[in-house]
Design a protein around this ligand. Structure first.
Ligand code: ZN
Ligand code: ZN
Length: 593
């Protein structure tokens, strides 16, 4: 109710100011007064928009570090979807009342981000309908874990929120089961695995934590019984999913391939690039050939060092594969995987500082940890960063240990993440990749940009930082590192080709594995994992290449405009200061267009 009143009062203020700002058509100079008013009103609008959004999406707020409504677990039912649509329509109507030409450049971007966010949300509910066919959307664990493991409030405050949240778990899963209709087998299996993992959150340890806290006796009793109920609700859901999986395995389910039309639409919302998905796909096909020819030159250079006196393969693909295969044998032991990554972070920071590449914030420590159980099953390494509201919270570098792999799987995985590629991975995930970018993103002047970041910019930055580090001399231009880097870069390019081909061109699994293993020199475990990921997500795999190309090409353009004044650190610091906005808009701001 509160949010409606605020929205209404802003709407009235806006229409009032628009009348005042309506100048004669001959006027060419923007009236200063009107601009100032529109700017100030837009700031008000942004603030109320975020407040209203957090009322509508309390769990999203929680992830973003806004803890006003932690106890509320939204039941994902039809009524809630209706509320989401009404929310989007009313906010879009408010946004439409602004004369965007009178906003500051930074605000213009914010307006576009808000519009994209709301339109995309509507499209998700009305057209894409993943709430029906992706059972993996439903899992309560990470929200609970976020509160339990957080350090933003006292234990008692957090446990009180957990207590309130626990009362909705059973209803949440009931609504989930009502929503699910003609799901894919793949998303059902993922849901099954991750909900099994969810049980670890509702543990006896959690009950003990409440018992040892300063909650009152009544709360403690309630807490223990609600944790048991939640555990029961998750187990029932797991049972239901198990039966569903068996049924789908036998009868077949919806195809995970979304087809050309939905793919282009999702690409427009998620990537926010000037290119279409199809255009990017063709760009990737061409770049693949260039990278392969660079790799052939490097393999040729390295041949005498590793294969002295042996005949060199005449086939380019075979030459590259043979050298890569040889180099891949140099890798850490499986039990040292996490420790080794932990040791490398300070070395990367030293290189960035010594070479004046980016200004790093020394007050934001990065903690390398084993990926929590409920998060495992998707990627091997990832960053969990605090949102802009709790900048003091820990940033984690999650690394999944190889404990659950067979010897053969582990060997294949380690050959993929060998001595050289592991360095590139750490650049990408940590310094100066995701971790560094997210620290900047949280400092960005506009809350809108740091909250509703563009995935292609975020992934593109991490990929760009790999190339940048090597070009600046990280690894002393060692040909082995460059060859392995190109292999990794080829993977990014292949991700785009693979994702588009799977969802639009009906690529089979055998063809997909061949594209990665024969075409991009990947190991089997990695290729299998990527195939799985491409069946569970759509478009996201293209964000790496799309963002990378946009940033790299923009840097070349920017350098030319700066002449002798160009400094790589100045470019990076400035580029990152806008937060995670789409590259095309950062470009407009930096070039003052
Ligand atoms: Zn080995
Ligand atoms: Zn990444």
């Amino acid at each position: 109710m509160k949010q409606k009143i605020i929205a209404l009062s802003i709407a009235m203020t806006l229409s009032g100011s628009l009348l005042v700002g309506c100048q004669s058509p001959q006027q060419t100079v923007t009236p200063v007064q009107a601009t100032a008013t529109q700017s100030a009103l837009f700031e008000q609008f942004s603030t109320q928009f975020i407040d209203a959004l957090w009322q509508q999406y309390p769990t999203w707020a929680l992830y973003s570090g806004n803890h006003i409504n932690d106890g509320k677990l939204v039941i994902p039912n039809a009524k809630n979807r209706q509320q989401q649509l009404q929310f989007a329509d009313s906010q879009l109507a408010l946004l439409a009342q602004f004369d965007q030409s009178q906003l500051s450049p930074s605000q213009k971007i914010d307006a576009k981000l808000i519009e994209n966010l709301l339109t995309s949300g509507k499209w998700q509910i009305e057209t894409f309908k993943s709430w029906q066919w992706q059972p993996s959307q439903y899992n309560v664990a990470s929200g609970f874990a976020q509160i339990i493991n957080g350090s933003y409030a006292s234990l008692e405050e957090r446990l009180t929120a957990v207590l309130e949240r626990l009362t909705s778990v059973a209803k949440y899963y009931q609504a989930a089961r009502q929503n699910i209709e003609n799901p894919t087998l793949e998303h059902t299996q993922l849901a099954l695995m991750q909900n099994q993992g969810a049980l670890s959150v509702f543990s006896d340890q959690l009950i003990s934590k409440a018992q040892d806290s300063n909650l009152n006796d009544q709360q403690k009793v309630l807490f223990a019984s609600l944790v048991l109920e939640a555990r029961q609700a998750v187990m029932s859901h797991v049972d239901w999913l198990t039966k569903l999986e068996a049924k789908l395995t036998q009868d077949g389910g919806r195809s995970f391939r979304i087809g050309s039309e939905l793919y282009e639409q999702k690409f427009t919302f998620d990537i926010q690039s000037d290119l279409s998905a199809k255009e990017l796909y063709h760009k990737a096909l061409a770049e693949k050939q260039q990278v392969l020819s660079e790799m052939a030159k490097l393999a040729d250079t390295l041949w005498p060092k590793y294969f002295a006196g042996q005949d060199k393969p005449t086939n380019q693909q075979q030459l590259i594969a043979t050298v890569i295969n040889k180099l891949s044998a140099k890798h850490v032991k499986r039990e040292d995987f996490v420790t080794h990554i932990r040791a490398q972070i300070p070395e990367l920071e030293a290189f960035v500082n010594d070479n004046k590449l980016i200004s790093l914030d020394k007050d934001k420590p990065l903690i390398v940890r084993e990926t929590p159980k409920y998060m495992q099953g998707f990627a091997g390494a990832s960053i969990s960063a605090p949102g802009p509201y709790d900048k003091k919270a820990n940033t984690y570098y999650n690394v999944t240990p190889l404990d659950n792999m067979s010897d053969e799987q582990a060997e294949s995985y380690l050959r993929e993440y060998n001595h050289w590629v592991l360095q590139v991975l750490n650049i990408h995930e940590a310094v100066p990749g995701h971790y560094t970018q997210l620290v900047y993103s949280n400092m960005a002047p506009s809350l809108i940009k740091s909250l509703f970041g563009n995935g292609a910019m975020v992934e593109g930055w991490a990929v760009y930082s790999e190339r940048m580090m090597l070009e600046e001399g990280y690894g002393d231009f060692e040909p082995e590192l460059w060859l392995m880097y190109y292999k990794w870069n080829l993977r990014v390019i292949t991700n785009t080709i693979l994702d588009y081909s799977i969802h639009v061109n009906n690529l089979s699994k055998a063809q997909g594995l061949s594209l990665m293993m024969d075409g991009a020199f990947q190991q089997k475990a990695e290729a299998e994992g990527k195939w799985r990921r491409a069946t569970l997500s759509q478009v996201q795999l293209t964000s790496y290449y799309s963002g990378f190309r946009d940033i790299y090409d923009f840097r070349t353009e920017y350098k030319a405009t700066q002449g002798d004044d160009y400094s790589v650190r100045e470019f990076h610091d400035k580029f990152l200061s806008y937060g995670s906005a789409p590259v095309k808009y950062i470009r407009e701001l930096m070039l003052n267009k």
